[in-house]
Design a protein around this ligand. Structure first.
Ligand SMILES: Nc1ncnc2c1ncn2[C@@H]1O[C@H](COP(=O)(O)OP(=O)(O)OP(=O)(O)O)[C@@H](O)[C@H]1O
Ligand SMILES: [Mg+2]
Length: 168
């Protein structure tokens, strides 16, 4: 699924070259769970940015689902992210003024999925993470929520975590 060979990402800082990643090999198979650990400054974020197709390496090969992505343009990388990559951010990164279901639909718009199908799929996904009943809620982190029972709060918090609304 993910095949990385001799991957290098150097940053040029004036006269200094920062070798954030310097020739690494990594293979991750379909369905495999992998965590990347290491001390601060060891290049974890740099590597994740490349694996997530947010950045390109300065040298080396990266093939994702059989496609070589190391040298692709920004637009082509955006297409790959749209089709293959899901991110769970520490902050929720939801659009604050549109509903939960519209937030879920957003990547499907870029993927060219027709409106009716988008809505159907987005509602199914929200149900899967137990957010049914909150589909038309507008996420607003600053708004104080009315008091609710502890049990209900826990349920909503778990659902919020499932879509990355709360940092943990
Ligand atoms: N945009 C950049 N320009 C120059 N140097 C950078 C840039 N981004 C990262 N670096 C340097 O590359 C090295 C690796 O940084 P990176 O952020 O990938 O490490 P990290 O393992 O994620 O660290 P942390 O655990 O603190 O998040 C560090 O020396 C960092 O200073
Ligand atoms: Mg980091």
């Amino acid at each position: 699924m993910i095949n990385i060979e001799s991957l290098t990402r150097h940053y040029q800082m004036g006269p200094t070259t920062v070798k954030a990643i310097d020739g690494i090999d990594l293979s991750v198979g379909q369905g495999e769970f992998v965590s990347i650990i290491g001390p601060s400054g060891s290049g974890k974020t740099t590597l994740m940015n490349i694996i997530g197709c947010l950045d390109s390496p300065t040298a080396g090969q990266y093939s994702l689902a059989g496609e070589e992505v190391a040298g692709l343009s920004r637009n082509h990388l955006a297409e790959i992210r749209n089709q293959y990559i899901g991110f769970v951010f520490q902050s929720f990164n939801l659009l604050p003024r549109v509903t939960a279901v519209e937030n879920v639909e957003l990547p499907l718009i870029y993927a060219g999925i027709p409106a009716r199908e988008r809505r159907k799929r987005a509602l199914e996904i929200l149900k899967k993470v137990e957010l049914d009943g909150r589909e038309f809620h507008i996420p607003n982190p600053n708004k104080s929520e009315p008091k609710r029972s502890k049990r209900k709060s826990i349920t909503i918090d778990s659902a919020d975590k499932a879509i990355g609304r709360i940092s943990f």
